[in-house]
Design a protein around this ligand. Structure first.
Ligand code: ZN
Length: 457
C-alpha cells in the first residue's frame, strides 16, 4: 500500500494537468450531429479522455460516441465497473472565474465538471494507472465506463447496455461517501384540470421548466385592486410566508413568491415557491384545482395531504415536489409532481391513493416511473467499498440512502461511492463548482484500495 501511495503521489501533477485539459472542454449537451449524438463538444471530451487513457497503455473503446470505456486486468472476466460521466450541465450565471478555465487557486480547482463528474472520472483513471504501474495481479477485468449523457436522458447508458456487455457489478463515483446502496423509486406525474369559473380570478400562473427542480421564485397574475394588494401583504406577514403583491400597469396584481431553490430529491433544505404561492391564492379565495393543490400539497413535501406520506428504515421518507405549474383560462391547469418513494412502497398504490385525495376533476397520468434500487449492505461489493473508505480516511463508514439517481442504477449490483466527503459543500450544478486537489488525491487512494479488494489476487 505504501509503495502504491508513493506511485499515486508521483502522478499528482500529471493528473492535475489531465483534469485541467478535460475541464477546458465545455462538454454541455449540444445538437446531435453525424457521429456526435450529444453534440461536438461532448464528442471532443470523449475523444480526449480515451486518447489520454490509450496513451497510458489501456485498452479503450469508443461506443459510437455514446460512451467509451477503459479496460484493464483479465478482459472479459466478470468486469468490475466504475461508471462516471464526461458531460456537464451549462455553466449558468454567477461565476467569478471562467467556468471552463480550470483556474487553480491554492488547493482548489474551479470549473464546471470538477466535482460532477470529471474529477471523479480522472481519479478513477489514475487509480487504475497507479495499479498498472505497481504491477498488481488482477483476477478479473476492471472497466471505467465514461458516459456522455448523464445530465440529460441517459441515452448513453441505454446505448451501451444494448450494444456492449454492461457489467453486472460496480460503483459510480457521482454522489458522496461512504456508500449509497439505496436509491428511492421515482414517480413523475402529470396533473391536468379545468380552469375554475368562480372565486379569485387567476389570469396566469406559469412557473418552472423541470419537474425535478424546486423553484425558488414563483409569480402569478390575478385580478384585483389596491385593497387586494394590501390584503396580500397583511396575510403574508400573518402566515409568515414570503409573498408580495404590486399593481401592474394594466391594473392587474402581480404576486411574487420567494422560496429557496433546490433539487426535488432533497426538499429538506429548500422551500418551494409554487407551494407558497398556492397557499396565498387559497387565502385570497381561489377555487377549483388550485385550491385542491394548495390543500393537498401546498408547502408540504412529505405527501401528507395526498395521503401518501410513508417511510421505511432503509430508505427514509417519501418526498413530493411540484416542479412546474401552468394555469390560465384557455388551457386550464397543467402541473407536475416528482415523487421519490421508499423501497418498500408500491408506486401503483401510491398513485391510486393520490388520485383519490385529489378527487374528481383532476386527471393524473404517469410520465415516468423508475423502480427503487437497492444492493444488500452485506454484499462483497458494499463491504469492500466501506472498508476501502474507512481504511484510507479513518472515518466511520456506513450505507446511505438517497432520493437522487446515479448510474449505479444501470448495474444489477451497483452503488454510488464518492466522491464528495460528508463535510463538502454541495457544489454540483452550482456557480463556482470546485474541487480540492488534496481531496482528489484521497479519492485516487480510496479507489485504488477498492479495486485491490474487489479485483486483485
Ligand atoms: Zn453527475
Amino acid at each position: 500500500m505504501q509503495e502504491l501511495n508513493s506511485i499515486i503521489d508521483q502522478l499528482k501533477d500529471e493528473m492535475v494537468d489531465t483534469l485541467t485539459k478535460w475541464i477546458q472542454i465545455p462538454s454541455v449537451k449540444g445538437d446531435a450531429e453525424d457521429g456526435a449524438p450529444f453534440g461536438k463538444e461532448v464528442k471532443r471530451s470523449l475523444d480526449v479522455a480515451l486518447s489520454d487513457a490509450k496513451a497510458m497503455g489501456f485498452d479503450v473503446r469508443n461506443i459510437d460516441n455514446y460512451a467509451g470505456d477503459v479496460r484493464m486486468g483479465v478482459i472479459g472476466e466478470d468486469p468490475l465497473a466504475i461508471l462516471a460521466h464526461l458531460d456537464v450541465v451549462p455553466a449558468g450565471d454567477g461565476w467569478k472565474v471562467d467556468p471552463f478555465g480550470a483556474v487553480i487557486d491554492g488547493d482548489h480547482m474551479y470549473g464546471r465538471g470538477t466535482t460532477d463528474d470529471k474529477g471523479p472520472a480522472v481519479a478513477a483513471l489514475y487509480a487504475m494507472y497507479a495499479l498498472k504501474k505497481a504491477g498488481v495481479k488482477f483476477k478479473r477485468e476492471v472497466r471505467l465506463i465514461l458516459g456522455c449523457d448523464e445530465e440529460s436522458g441517459w441515452e448513453d447508458m441505454a446505448y451501451y447496455t444494448e450494444h456492449c456487455d454492461m457489467p453486472k457489478t460496480g460503483f459510480s463515483p457521482d454522489a458522496n461517501y461512504p456508500v449509497i446502496n439505496t436509491e428511492k423509486g421515482m414517480l413523475h406525474l402529470d396533473v391536468h384540470a379545468d380552469y375554475a369559473q368562480d372565486g379569485l380570478v387567476v389570469k396566469a400562473f406559469n412557473v418552472g421548466e423541470r419537474c425535478n427542480v424546486i423553484p425558488g421564485i414563483a409569480t402569478a397574475i390575478v385580478a384585483g385592486d389596491a385593497a387586494l394588494c394590501e390584503k396580500v401583504n397583511r396575510l403574508a406577514s400573518d402566515m409568515h410566508i414570503q409573498v408580495g403583491a404590486v399593481i401592474g400597469e394594466d391594473g392587474d396584481i402581480l404576486l411574487t413568491s420567494n422560496g429557496i431553490p433546490g433539487h426535488a430529491a432533497y426538499p429538506e433544505s429548500a422551500k418551494n415557491a409554487i407551494g407558497q404561492l398556492l397557499i396565498m391564492l387559497r387565502a385570497l379565495g381561489v377555487s377549483g384545482a388550485l385550491k385542491t393543490l394548495a390543500d393537498c400539497v401546498g408547502m408540504e413535501y412529505d405527501g401528507l395531504g395526498l395521503g401518501i406520506r410513508c417511510s421505511d428504515e432503509t430508505s427514509g421518507k417519501l418526498t413530493c415536489n411540484i416542479g412546474i405549474i401552468r394555469y390560465d383560462a384557455s388551457n386550464g391547469l397543467y402541473a407536475t409532481l416528482d415523487i421519490r418513494y421508499p423501497i418498500l412502497a408500491n408506486h401503483v398504490a401510491l398513485k391510486d391513493t393520490l388520485v383519490a385525495a385529489l378527487g374528481d376533476g383532476i386527471k393524473v397520468t404517469v410520465d415516468t416511473q423508475k423502480d427503487p434500487h437497492h444492493v444488500a449492505p452485506n454484499s462483497k461489493l458494499v463491504t469492500s467499498l466501506l472498508e476501502a473508505y474507512h481504511e484510507e480516511t479513518g472515518r466511520p463508514s456506513e450505507c446511505l440512502a438517497t432520493g437522487g439517481g446515479t448510474y449505479a442504477r444501470c448495474l444489477e449490483e451497483g452503488v454510488a461511492f464518492g466522491s464528495a466527503f460528508p463535510e463538502d459543500e454541495e457544489l454540483a450544478h452550482q456557480a463556482g463548482e470546485y474541487l480540492s486537489i488534496d481531496g482528489l488525491m484521497v479519492n485516487v487512494r480510496i479507489f485504488a484500495r477498492a479495486i485491490i479488494k474487489l479485483a486483485c489476487e
